[in-house]
Design a protein around this ligand. Structure first.
Ligand SMILES: Cc1ncc(COP(=O)(O)O)c(C=O)c1O
Length: 458
């Protein structure tokens, strides 16, 4: 394989070619293959089309190759293929999950009454948080949501979740699946760094309260587009006065609360009713690995479904499957524990700090550059900006970003992303792996400029 091929993010061929390459893998036959034959087949047909998250030029999304300790733990988990729904199917697995949840609550400085549950992904963690919020709200309306469903509310059409337009689309999934519909999501204003504008929140809520039954305020601690951390502490009192559940979606961002220079951004997170977190993002543990924390462990009581054959009501043993579905749950806890123990917290902090520092350094470097319009001050490991070559027609700037993005991705040497902020197309660089250095980010900016000048679109 040439150096050029080795450093490709992925094959960057069209879906037709990938589909053709994959065909031999799917020719199910009477006779099986040897493991050597199978390995060769997978290497030829699939591997070239997988994405190299480990390369410094992968600057597009939140994915990573597994960290060494995590990979080690995952191999053991795979060997035993444990289902940790309850004590009876995996005493060690169930107990490890329970103890790790408590240990993580301590690591994040949550209250002594806090607890957590492992989930498949941040999407489901957010969904469960909204369900628990709605359940508690139903109790205030005098009925059991698990039993009556939305029919118990006199005016279900008024139920509302207040968040910002920067919230992850998993909240849209959540309200759809809860039967509330997307009309139940209400967006509060953000400041110029795309964080919730806490100063204007009260006024927004006062206006809404006349027509809406607000049961949940949902903040994002590390938004998907810009990595911005909504202010948490000022919203705690507002949510309590309102009687609404406070959920913090920290799927991407919460890990950064572990590094001292970011900690103050997360002030008050310990007071939220629930918090989502995805170690399968920048902690580089294998997918699936996600958690939902609650401030008061009794909140999980709303999730319990008891069976006759297991998860029995009278069973005193630890049963993680009572806190969240599914009942066939993987031993995701082991790769996470193995990773934390292998690296140690010092190395973990260094791992988290490196990409954040790289993004902050790039931001400083780009300040004052006449052809760059920075979109925000970075709170975590994401920087969005536009290339604005002097003299370039304003009304074609969106198209310019789009074409730069397409060109970069099609060259296959680096991977970036594109999004929209305040109505404008912006280029988005993400540093999740410590391999994404300031140098690697600066090379991307150079590449962006080269493409724009090479193509001479104006
Ligand atoms: C802020 C935020 N919340 C939730 C999610 C969803 O997480 P998952 O992809 O694990 O479902 C994401 C994914 O990027 C995210 O950025």
């Amino acid at each position: 394989m040439s150096d050029k091929e080795k450093n490709r993010i992925f094959s960057w061929v069209l879906p037709e070619k990938i589909s053709k390459d994959l065909e031999p893998l799917l020719e199910f036959q009477e006779k099986g293959l040897s493991l050597d034959e199978l390995s060769g087949l997978i290497d030829r047909s699939l591997v070239p089309h997988l994405v190299r998250y480990d390369l410094p030029a992968f600057q597009a999304f939140f994915n990573s190759f597994p960290e060494q300790g995590a990979e080690f733990g995952a191999k053991i988990a795979l060997r035993y293929n444990q289902c940790v729904t309850n004590w009876h199917v995996s005493p060690g697995g169930a107990m490890l999950e329970e103890l790790c949840c408590r240990a993580l609550c301590r690591l994040f400085g949550l209250s002594s009454s806090a607890d957590a549950t492992f989930m498949y992904c941040g999407t489901y963690a957010n969904q469960q948080a909204l369900y628990m919020a709605l359940h508690r709200h139903a109790e205030k309306h005098g009925f059991d949501l698990a039993e009556k469903g939305l029919k118990g509310f006199a005016r279900p059409g008024e139920l509302a979740v207040v968040t910002t337009g920067q919230a992850h689309f998993s909240l849209r999934h959540a309200v759809r699946i809860l039967g509330l519909g997307e009309q139940s999501l209400v967006f509060a204003p953000v400041d110029r760094n795309f964080r919730l504008d806490a100063g204007r929140l009260k006024e927004t809520l006062d206006g809404l309260r006349k027509t809406k039954d607000i049961f949940c305020l949902c903040l994002t601690a590390g938004t998907t587009s810009t990595g911005s951390v909504d202010p948490i502490r000022p919203v705690v009192k507002i949510s309590r006065d309102l009687g609404a559940w406070l959920h913090v979606d920290g799927a991407y961002g919460l890990a950064y609360s572990l590094i001292p220079e970011c900690r103050s951004l997360f002030s008050g997170v310990e007071l939220a009713d629930s918090v989502s977190w995805d170690p399968h993002k920048q902690l580089a543990v294998p997918i699936p690995n996600s958690l939902l924390f609650v401030r008061n462990r009794n909140e999980f009581g709303r999730m319990a479904i008891y069976g006759e054959y297991f998860n029995r009501k009278d069973d005193p043993m630890p049963n993680p499957g009572l806190k969240s579905p599914p009942s066939t749950r993987p031993l995701s806890v082991l790769p996470l524990v193995a990773s934390l123990r292998f690296q140690g917290l010092k190395k973990l902090r260094e791992r988290l700090r490196a990409p954040v520092s790289a993004i902050r350094a790039l931001n400083e470097r780009l300040k004052g550059e006449p052809d760059i319009e920075l979109s925000h001050e970075p709170d975590t490991g994401i920087l969005c900006f536009r290339l604005v070559p002097p003299g370039f027609p304003e009304d074609s700037l969106d198209e310019l970003q789009q074409r730069i993005y397409e060109k970069i991705v099609s060259e296959g040497r680096r991977s970036i992303s594109i999004t929209r902020l305040a109505g404008k197309a912006v280029l988005r660089l993400v540093a999740v792996s410590p391999n994404v250095t300031e140098q690697a980010l600066a090379e991307t900016v150079l590449n962006i400029r080269e493409i724009a000048s090479r193509e001479k679109w104006w």
